[in-house]
Design a protein around this ligand. Structure first.
Ligand code: MTE
Length: 304
């Protein structure tokens, strides 16, 4: 993304066909790669939820998996090759802060306790590029339930991996680790999702393997990749991008075409692959599901 550092720091309205869903699901169930990410019990139970169809053509896999933002691997969009060096097994996730019992859960144990499903979501980067992709994973609310937060918890904070394979961590300017957060109410919304797969295959490392947050109504920088810790706090966290540029990458980061980024318009978006520009929708088109979270809150900062 572009930040104010004076240094460098992106459909047609075709319907998604049931065939596409069927193909992805079959691939997930039968694909060799699936074996590495889904325990057999969970694999047999993957469902495709018809409530999450995007109303746009799916982005071709080759674009979504080769044009990425992942600053731990560098500032370029072309980090997919380097990201293959990240070791995603064994992996565990730590629950701490305001929880009934702080603990660390292995990825396989975690996957045995959730119901996997497939959701096709639109993704809108603050830099104005957009994609539409089929994720496999489970609701964020299920992760919160497993963590068992106390009633006093107001925020859910995600911390992501810092691994020796990540050369970008040597860039001293950035406030590592990558931290993101949402309110406990946002985390309970049905749209919040933890992805473990993409296009019916295990989640590619460049897209955030093995566990990646997906919040389709918010700008993409909220979608923390390679999550290693989930903490519950009373205080709003200082997030990675907000610490770097608070007027450019705010905590709320809800998509809104009417509120420009200080340095560019947010009124349209460029579709990865076709490069077609189309109008951006408030809450990335998910207002029906999420606008209620913000009723009474009219602060413009909700949108940047
Ligand atoms: N997560 C981590 N750990 N590091 C990052 O640099 N970049 C974010 C988000 N999650 C980022 C991250 C940004 S800016 C975007 S737009 C999305 O990941 C990009 O996801 P994609 O590469 O899968 O499209």
């Amino acid at each position: 993304m572009n930040i104010v550092r004076r240094r460098p720091w992106d459909i047609s309205e075709r319907k998604v066909t049931p065939e596409h869903l069927a193909v992805n699901r079959r691939a997930l169930l039968a694909g060799a790669g699936a074996v590495t990410i889904l325990p057999p019990a969970a694999r047999a139970d993957v469902t495709t939820n018809p409530a999450y169809t995007p109303g746009r053509a799916i982005t071709e896999e080759k674009y979504a998996t080769t044009y990425n933002n992942y600053y731990e691997f560098g500032e370029s969009k072309n980090i997919w090759g380097d990201a293959q060096n990240l070791k995603t097994r064994p992996w565990s996730i730590q629950f701490d802060g305001l929880v009934s019992k702080p603990r660390t859960l292995g990825l396989d144990d975690l996957l045995k306790q959730v119901q996997l499903e497939e959701r096709i979501y639109r993704h809108r980067c603050v830099e104005t590029w957009a994609m539409t992709v089929p994720w496999t994973g489970f609701p964020l609310s299920a992760l919160v339930k497993l963590a068992d937060p106390l009633a006093s918890a107001k925020y859910v904070v995600f911390e992501t991996a810092q691994d020796k394979s990540m050369d970008g961590l040597n860039a001293p300017f950035y406030p590592w680790p990558y931290i993101e957060g949402v309110t406990i109410q946002e985390a309970a919304n049905d749209l919040g999702f933890i992805a473990t797969g993409l296009y019916g295959k295990p989640l590619p490392r460049q897209n955030g393997a093995p566990l990646r947050l997906t919040l389709p109504w918010k700008y993409g920088f909220k979608s923390a990749k390679a999550i290693v810790k989930v903490s519950f706090t009373e205080k709003r966290p200082a997030t990675f991008w907000e610490s770097i540029g608070p007027s450019e990458y705010g905590f709320w980061a809800n998509v809104n075409p009417a509120v420009p980024h200080p340095r560019w318009s947010q009124s349209t978006e460029r579709l990865l692959g076709s490069d077609e520009r189309i109008p951006t929708q408030i809450f990335n088109g998910y207002g029906e599901q999420v606008a209620g979270l913000y009723s009474g809150q009219t602060n413009e900062k909700l949108f940047m």
